[in-house]
Design a protein around this ligand. Structure first.
Ligand code: URP
Ligand code: ZN
Length: 461
């Protein structure tokens, strides 16, 4: 054996048990109460909780946005992820102008290989420029990329598709057994409000939120869930931010649509009040932060049986200087915030410790559900003999203030620095190797591998 985690209180998405965890060749090789290691490194987890490594199925590393590029690449972004207990990320291939989907995929694999410190998978962003190669969707699925993201917003960035094209993509993806992810916000509502606000001289950060109300999200979800039902497609609503949006997902699911939602750590801890702060622009992301009632609805939706099955970070940070481009004009603020490192700390400290969700809810959202929905199981998303030895040890008593010094993203501020956690990951093991210990990254650049995912849509071939 290479490593034994002794005296673990193991929590998976479905069960909890006390055990030692024996690890060999990157896999869990033994689960029993009294493993006697010979020559293996021993890590005593007495009094701590051991959960499957987190799967953050929503990151944007090195993504071009609004005249710049998100600050973390596949090295710094995965270092940050691993230090927060994430052992697999799934990023989004954004094809460059003129690039085919296959070229974009090869480009992203080149960027990530040699840099990623934990395993990574990829989704495909399906933009207007990709419509000419819609018939190649099954080929992309066969290359281990069975999920395609479409946008109902961002016309000016070439991301938005109209309903007919969304419907065509849905049908094609469903036929290939894949999953359609949607950034669901109504471009029509948003553009009218932006125009009205800008012409009235309302350009502070709060007008970003006032231009992207909950109705914009709910309208788009109501529309795309119907499109998905008509195309028999399996649907994944990314970064859900509102109660009204959650209710639309619930309505669709009870009407027979195959749909689940993701929310993000920032929607679980902040409200639009932060836009009134001096550094309000640092909190600008889309969809925008909503009200306290929306935040409560997102926590409720994470409970067993709820439609919010996963928490992904939408990690897409920008430096303070870049956020300052929009000091006097919210439309110039690059959209996006960091988050991959705080998913597990926030779900544990703000969720489990405060009684909003259970340990099982946390593990389901951070590994069990993403592994099954995104085709990463059975090797990831659980702790079983034969599964990848991707684990996180959480010390329930460790208190950490989430300042820029503590977090590993490359940006020079922390939007989370008012948060003091009760409990924190103290060890991250990725395929049997310790990559984080006591807050220090101790892994190797480039050790992460591409994970070829399997199609999980209900119309699988
Ligand atoms: O504000 C968000 N969601 N930023 C992520 C990158 C993008 O623009 O989609
Ligand atoms: Zn995103």
């Amino acid at each position: 054996m290479d490593l034994v985690v002794k005296n673990a209180k193991v929590v998976t998405a479905t069960e909890t048990f006390e055990s030692d965890i024996g690890i060999e060749d990157g896999k869990v090789s033994s689960l029993s109460k009294d493993i006697r290691p010979s020559g293996a490194r021993v890590w005593d987890a007495r009094g701590m909780m051991v959960i499957p490594g987190g799967i953050d199925a929503h990151t944007h590393l090195e993504l071009p946005v609004m005249g710049t590029t998100s600050a973390d690449d596949f090295y710094s972004g995965t270092v940050a992820a691993s230090c927060g207990g994430i052992t697999t990320i799934v990023d989004f291939v954004d094809t460059k102008p003129g690039q085919t989907m296959l070229e974009g995929l090869a480009d992203y694999r080149n960027r990530a290989d040699g840099k990623a410190v934990i395993d990574y998978g990829l989704h495909m962003m399906f933009k207007g420029q990709n419509l000419g190669e819609i018939d190649r969707i099954p080929e992309i699925v066969d290359r281990g990329v069975p999920s395609f993201k479409v946008y109902t917003a961002y016309r000016s960035r070439g991301l938005m598709l109209d309903d007919k094209d969304i419907s065509r993509v849905m049908k094609k993806v469903a036929g290939a057994g894949g999953l359609v992810a949607v950034h669901a916000e109504s471009e029509e509502i948003i553009q009218r409000l932006i125009q009205e606000n800008v012409s009235a001289g309302h350009t502070d950060a709060i007008y970003h939120a006032l231009s992207r109300p909950a109705e914009a999200e709910a309208e788009a979800i109501s529309r795309v869930t119907r499109l998905a039902k008509a195309s028999a497609a399996a649907l994944y609503i990314v970064h859900l931010s509102s109660r009204a949006g959650r209710e639309e997902v619930e309505k669709a699911r009870s009407g027979g649509t195959s749909v689940f939602a993701e929310t993000c750590p920032h929607y679980l801890v902040f409200t639009d009040e932060v836009y009134g702060r001096k550094d309000g622009r640092n909190f600008v992301m889309s969809p925008a932060l909503k009200k306290a009632d929306d935040r409560a609805a997102l926590w409720e939706g994470l409970k067993a049986g709820g439609v919010i099955e996963t928490v992904g970070s939408d990690h897409c940070p920008f430096t303070k200087a870049e956020k300052d481009w929009g000091k006097d004009d919210f439309t110039r603020i690059p959209n996006g915030v960091p988050g991959t490192e705080v998913i597990i700390p926030i779900l544990y400290s703000e969720g489990v410790k405060k009684g909003r969700i259970t340990n099982f809810d946390m593990v389901r959202a951070t590994s069990g559900a993403p592994a099954s929905h995104f085709g990463l199981g059975p090797s990831k998303g659980t702790i079983e003999v034969g599964s990848d030895a991707d684990l996180v040890v959480i010390d329930p008593n460790k208190r950490v203030r989430l300042t820029a010094d503590v977090l590993h993203t490359r940006i020079d501020y922390s939007i989370y620095d008012d948060i003091r956690t009760q409990g924190y990951p103290v060890l991250t093991v990725s395929r049997g190797e310790i990559v984080m210990e006591d807050g220090e990254f101790v892994g190797q650049k480039g050790r992460g591998r591409f994970v070829s995912r399997t199609a999980t849509g209900r119309n699988g071939r």
